[in-house]
Design a protein around this ligand. Sequence first.
Ligand SMILES: [Zn+2]
Length: 112
Amino acid sequence: MFTEERKNKLADTLKKLADTLYERIRKNPAHRMKCPMCDNNDFKLADAYLRNDLQPDLSTMSLGGMSIPSIAIICSNCGFISQHAVGILGPLPKQLTPDEEFDQAFEEAGRK
Ligand SMILES: [Zn+2]
């Protein structure tokens, strides 16, 4: 699905967003870095973005429209997922067209 280079770039971006999130949480004197369900204090960062598609109504489902991209922090004990909107933590990831995806993959393959 992803080349190693893209996986590494994505991992770097996700780590920077998670660092921003932790910095902001720690600024709150009342913060508690514990899972709200089980009180565990160990979390894992999901390996990719989550995409929350916005739906204009509940009787149909549309894909590829507006969405709220987010990162996910997952409790290592109970699996509770905490989602955080990327647009609040940093610049939104660039949405590539299928042609741009192809060009980028082609360019990356040529560098190896
Ligand atoms: Zn938990």
